[in-house]
Design a protein around this ligand. Structure first.
Ligand code: ATP
Ligand code: MG
Length: 435
């Protein structure tokens, strides 16, 4: 079926489902394939659950008249999203980077929604499926779209940009994330730069953090840039004025003496650049200083990202959502800078590091020692491989062993950082951190 024909069908049935267990009524069900499932096999179930049509790519499942056979379901979904996006002339802001994409997106959603009917990626749906699904939610009322774009290998951002055609773009930062797929830090830079390349081709506008030499280098060649950072030459200049318990900062616009202050609900100095990015983009789209303040101050982090959770007399910095060497080091530095005396780092393995795994876990252990974190509980096979005898370091092969140890410690009046890759599911340790 041609994209135009599929689009006519989509106009009549503008909801899209991809999970046969959660079918929206009268939707188009796209029978995607994953490593562990074949959506084709669920087409009939989806139709029974209320889908209007099922888009399949295996003849064996195309018997029903409400099953539409295409060559490749994923391709059809992406082409449909591209076609749909092209019907609108709204600003589309693409956000990528190694860390801070979701936080920046959520901050911006909070800011921009005050003025525009804003559509943003739900949660972390930032890949080759999530981006098309987000774009397909654009409708005639949408005033602006914020699209989070994730990548763990080259050409992925290029593909996402070719579908979303961002008019504006922001790379939060580049660091050692997904080294396995990108091969090296240079590889990560090249992969993320695909967003700037797309802006270059389409006369798009970039927001670039001038404090980050890697981003400055990558943005070479772009002509339409708004700069943010701490230097007076930036279009939006900010200064961190306090970080306990939450980040406070002031900012001003180039050529304007007026200073504005914002008291955010975020902690961790690394979030400062995310906050300033939100000011920069919000200001660009015409929001007032007051609206920027209200939008940013109104954003309270959730979903295990830099969340603070009281567990009796203990305070847990719950950052168990994900980890890579850059964000892990940033979180440890944040813990180290905290005035609290009883500090404990409970850290899980960082995944997807390939050949760099040993070196990067070793460097985290070194950082803990350098910063003299009084107690660290290190969990997972990668950390365990590097076990050594040191009074402040405790190594565990898995969560069960770690929870037994944590339970026996009866921690109280402590500040505890909980961070590891998603697969480590460290949030399950929370009950053992209650005093
Ligand atoms: P993902 O790749 O999983 O989508 P993301 O880029 O969307 O991640 P967030 O979800 O915003 O990132 O943040 C995840 C974690 O990364 C945070 O909890 C924090 O530990 C860390 N982080 C956020 N912003 C930064 C930053 N600017 N620099 C370093 N680390 C950061
Ligand atoms: Mg994210």
């Amino acid at each position: 079926m041609k994209t135009e024909d599929l689009y006519s069908l989509f106009r009549l049935h503008p909801a899209v489902s991809t999970d046969s267990r959660a079918i929206s009524p009268d939707s188009l069900f796209f029978a995607l394939k994953g490593p562990h499932f074949n959506g084709n096999a669920y087409a009939r179930q989806a139709l029974e659950a209320g889908a209007a049509y099922a888009i399949v790519d295996e003849e064996a499942y195309a018997g029903n008249e409400r099953c539409i056979l295409v060559q490749d379901v994923l391709n059809s979904l992406q082409n449909l999203a591209w076609h749909h996006r092209n019907q609108f002339t709204i600003p589309v802001l693409g956000i990528t980077g190694s860390n801070g994409k979701t936080t920046t997106k959520e901050l911006l959603y909070s800011v921009l929604s005050q003025q525009f009917n804003t559509l943003a990626t739900k949660g972390n749906l930032n890949n080759h499926i999530g981006v098309p699904l987000t774009l397909l939610r654009i409708n005639a009322e949408t005033g602006m779209a914020i699209i989070e774009m994730g990548a763990n290998h080259q050409k992925e951002i290029e593909l996402l940009c070719s579908i979303a055609r961002p008019t504006h773009g922001l790379i939060t930062n580049v660091g050692k994330a997904h080294l396995e797929g990108f091969g090296s830090l240079e590889g990560v830079m090249k992969g993320k730069k695909e967003l700037y390349d797309s802006l270059s081709i389409n006369n798009g506008h970039a927001f670039v953090c001038a404090d980050n030499p890697r981003l400055v280098e990558m943005s070479n060649g772009l002509t339409d840039i708004t700069w943010y950072g701490t230097s007076p030459s930036c279009d939006i200049r900010g200064e961190l004025t306090g970080s306990q318990p939450h980040l406070r900062f002031s900012w001003q616009k180039k050529g304007n003496e007026e200073m504005h202050t914002v008291n955010s609900a975020l902690s961790g100095d690394y979030n400062f650049e995310n906050l300033l990015a939100a000011v920069c983009v919000g200001d660009h789209f015409g929001l007032s200083a007051e609206q920027l303040k209200r939008g940013i101050e109104g954003y309270i982090p959730a979903n295990n990202r830099s969340q603070e959770v009281e567990q009796g007399s203990n305070l847990v910095i719950l950052d168990a959502y994900n980890a890579n060497p850059g964000s892990m080091a940033a979180a440890i530095r944040h813990l180290a800078s905290h005035p609290s005396k009883n500090k404990v780092a409970v850290l899980g393995d960082m995944f997807e590091l390939g050949a760099y795994a040993e070196e990067e876990h070793a460097s985290i252990i070194r950082l803990l020692e350098e910063l003299a974190i009084p107690q660290a509980c290190l969990i997972g096979p990668e950390f365990f491989r590097q076990r050594k005898t040191a009074p402040a370091l405790h190594f565990f092969e898995n969560q069960e062993e770690a929870s037994a140890w944590l339970g026996s410690q009866r921690l109280s009046d402590s500040l505890i950082l909980l961070k590891g890759s998603r697969g480590m599911q460290l949030e399950k340790l929370l009950p053992f951190l209650h005093s």
